[in-house]
Design a binder for this molecule. Structure first.
Ligand SMILES: [Zn+2]
Length: 289
């Protein structure tokens, strides 16, 4: 079955499977916490959501996995904020596990939704790609963003300015973000890479996309190189595993008066290099060629 056929089947099956998926997610609840200055973690144990208090409304980076809207709303309350103050959501890339609560926030609070232009195009032309692989039972909705983000866009929300960089590879429209925030250790440079997974770079996937020369893998490597030299004091994860979000949170709890474990200059380069090496290894695997 092609992914397109699977997606069409999913649309038919959708109502039957949505419920069970939702309950599974609740095991992944993470009590929200402050990362640095105006940045809070309100995601689950797998998919990150960051809340930024811009001084003139709240910004979310991503909107959680499908079926986790209740958890996200609860985490925002628990962190001491009001969900109704969420004015903007930047969606890192167009996969179902990053935009679960987009439609809810827009409908309830008029939240403005931002997405990389290439992934907005993917939603229009090949919507089945938003539900990659085994995730076809996602109880989410596709959306048309209010604003399509292009490479090099500079967006100002409240008193924080975000440099947006298109980093195609995991999807065409991955958006990475660079911005500065002030906190107890002074101004820090924040780096966020909008999607690292190799799942869309596997042979089967690329061949189905018609990418028989595996060009997307080179594009991915170019994207890593494009932002590698950014100065980053704190790397935020797209998934919690990227920067060991929960391990660093554990350190915070164990040593509340110690140095902030999220501040680690050099980690950005180290992690991006590990993704480069991992992809080169995949590319060298005969089974993947
Ligand atoms: Zn993804």
């Amino acid at each position: 079955m092609t992914m397109k056929q699977a997606y069409e089947e999913y649309l038919v099956q959708h109502a039957k499977v949505a419920g069970g998926h939702q309950f599974e997610q609740e095991k992944n609840y993470v009590h929200p916490f402050n990362i640095y200055g105006p940045i809070w973690y309100v995601g689950d144990s797998w998919v990150c959501v960051h809340l930024i208090d811009t001084g003139d409304g709240l910004l979310l980076i991503d909107a959680g996995n499908c079926g986790t809207t209740g958890m996200l709303v609860n985490a925002i309350w628990e962190a001491g904020f009001k969900p109704s103050d969420v004015k903007w959501i930047i969606v890192s890339h167009g996969h179902y596990d990053h935009f679960g609560a987009v439609s809810f926030f827009r409908r309830m609070f008029g939240t403005k939704i931002y997405l990389g232009a290439e992934d907005a195009k993917m939603f229009r032309e090949r919507p089945w790609l938003a539900h990659i692989q085994h995730s076809l039972n996602a109880c989410d909705e596709l959306f048309v963003p209010d604003v399509e983000i292009n490479d090099g866009d500079v967006l100002k929300f409240g008193n924080i300015t975000f440099k947006c960089v298109n980093c195609p590879g995991h999807t065409d429209g991955v958006t990475s973000l660079f911005f500065d925030v002030d906190g107890s250790d002074g101004v820090k440079h924040i780096g966020y890479y909008g999607g690292f997974g190799f799942n869309t770079l596997q042979k089967d996937f690329l061949v189905e996309m018609g990418d028989t020369s595996y060009k997307m893998r080179d594009i991915y490597l170019e994207s890593l190189a494009k932002v590698r030299d950014e100065q980053v004091d704190i790397m935020l994860g797209n998934h919690a595993g990227n920067n060991d979000t929960l391990g660093r949170r554990k350190q915070q709890l164990e040593n509340p008066d110690g140095p902030n474990p999220f501040i680690e200059p050099g980690y950005w380069q180290k992690f991006l290099d590990s993704k480069r090496d991992g992809l080169l290894e995949l590319m060298a695997d005969p089974k993947q060629n």
